[in-house]
Design a protein around this ligand. Structure first.
Ligand SMILES: [Zn+2]
Length: 86
């Protein structure tokens, strides 16, 4: 899939839009995948990742999460690894 849909800049964790002008824009983190695709993680998901993994996600983590396309909760430990309703 070619890089696209970047105008909405969806968070890889929750799929909400983080583009300039949204409430999520200020706290988001962005990085670039191996294929040049820009990846965004909103502040809420950043916080969630810290509580879930015990550390801040690296840019590498973000790339891997985006590559799996499953959102947060699948990057470390596999599905159901103590994941709560959030
Ligand atoms: Zn998010």
């Amino acid at each position: 899939m070619v890089a696209g849909g970047d105008h909405l800049e969806e968070c890889i964790g929750c799929g909400r839009h983080t583009q300039s002008g949204t409430a999520l824009f200020a706290d988001r983190r962005s990085t670039r995948g191996d294929d040049g695709t820009v990846i965004h993680l909103c502040g809420d998901c950043n916080e969630r990742a810290i509580s879930q993994y015990g550390r801040r996600l690296t840019e590498r983590d973000m790339v891997q999460i985006a590559a799996r396309g499953a959102g947060l909760g699948f990057a470390v430990g596999g599905p159901g690894a103590g994941a709560g309703p959030l």
